[in-house]
Write a protein that binds this ligand. Structure first.
Ligand SMILES: NC(=O)C1=CN([C@@H]2O[C@H](COP(=O)(O)OP(=O)(O)OC[C@H]3O[C@@H](n4cnc5c(N)ncnc54)[C@H](OP(=O)(O)O)[C@@H]3O)[C@@H](O)[C@H]2O)C=CC1
Ligand SMILES: CC1=C(/C=C/C(C)=C/C=C/C(C)=C/C=O)C(C)(C)CCC1
Length: 295
């Protein structure tokens, strides 16, 4: 069972000196392991975390383990557009380049709650927060091309639907489904972004990391119990980081711009996730909610 659930290893030997990467939610789980491997390969890595203290501890740990001192922590709360804008402003002032953006942070099955801007928490953090962050960093990514955006989605997107009449979960809400909807949004965003970025030198990919032993299940006692019971069989965070790394660094992946990956291979997505009309509409609605001018 472990072999079945844990396949897919990024075998690329690419080194990353001079490259700049941002990983959201890098203080724990899959994000931490992704950041560690990027640092190991010589990149300057920004750990974009909502809790600076947790981030600093992890940065020290990565610096010690990899010998790479270019591991920096910056505050980013994806549940607050002011924080996202402040992060982007400071980053753009500080850095000349951005080669790899890994939109990894996520929440799952949290009780109904809203972000600082009134968005339902799953949609707000997992989709809208990363949508805004990517938008704000896009010019830098273009100037740094070839560059990549990796969006960490999930197999759970198969159960997701974009209910435009209930995007903020105000009419009905189920914590499990809200997560699935936001993960579907990650894939639709990736596909629309890929279409819009054609010819720019920036490519984008969505990822299912596998079933990974991490803090993601913190809001559900049942899931915590399941994860504990099967912890020996499910992926470690290091194994869970492989597909994100594969999409971020593997040479020649540009022809697969916009594709979804699992276990370091192209993976099938649901019919909804392939629907260009929904993807375009979600893009427009996201711009509208975030006050981004539509093009
Ligand atoms: N684990 C699994 O089995 C699977 C995971 N995924 C996806 O993988 C990604 C990483 O999850 P995983 O490592 O498992 O989970 P973890 O809960 O271990 O890590 C999630 C990270 O996201 C951060 N985060 C949460 N909310 C915010 C916010 N408002 N602003 C900034 N950062 C935030 C967390 O910060 P903090 O520590 O401060 O809370 C943490 O660093 C997620 O997108 C998840 O949906 C997909 C499929 C399966
Ligand atoms: C049925 C089953 C399992 C599978 C769980 C799965 C497949 C969970 C997927 C979770 C996702 C995709 C979460 C985040 O996005 C376990 C726990 C391995 C143990 C054996 C029983």
């Amino acid at each position: 069972m472990r072999k079945m659930l844990s396949s897919g290893v990024c075998t690329s030997t690419v080194q990353l000196p001079g490259k700049v990467a941002v990983v959201t939610g890098a203080n724990t789980g899959i994000g931490k392991e992704t950041a560690k491997e990027l640092a190991q390969r010589g990149a300057r890595v920004y750990l974009a975390c909502r809790d600076i203290q947790k981030g600093e501890l992890v940065a020290r740990e990565i610096q010690t383990m990899t010998g790479n001192q270019q591991v920096l922590v910056r505050e980013l709360d994806l549940a607050d557009t002011k924080s996202i804008r402040a992060f982007a402003k400071d980053f753009l002032a500080e850095e000349k380049h951005l080669h790899i953006l890994i939109n990894n942070a996520g929440v799952m099955m949290c009780p109904y709650s809203k972000t600082a801007d009134g968005f339902e928490m799953h949609m707000g953090v997992n989709h809208l927060g990363h949508f805004l962050l990517t938008h704000l960093l896009l010019e830098k990514l273009k100037e740094s091309a070839p560059s990549r955006v990796v969006n960490v989605s999930s197999l759970a997107h198969h159960l997701g639907r974009i209910h435009f009449h209930n995007l903020q979960g105000e009419k009905f809400y189920n914590a499990g489904l809200a997560y699935c909807h936001s993960k579907l949004a990650n894939i639709l965003f990736t596909q629309e972004l890929a279409r819009r970025l054609k010819g720019s030198g920036v490519t984008t990919y969505s990822v299912h990391p596998g079933t990974v032993n991490s803090e993601l299940v913190r809001h559900s006692l049942f899931m915590k119990w399941m994860w504990w019971l099967f912890s020996f069989f499910i992926k470690t965070p290091k194994q869970g980081a492989q597909t994100s790394l594969y999409c971020a660094i593997t040479e020649g992946l540009e022809i697969l711009n916009g594709h979804h990956f699992s276990d370091c291979s192209v993976a099938w997505v649901s019919a909804q996730a392939r629907n260009e009309t929904i993807a375009r509409r979600l893009w427009d609605v996201s711009c509208d909610l975030l006050g981004i001018p539509m093009d």
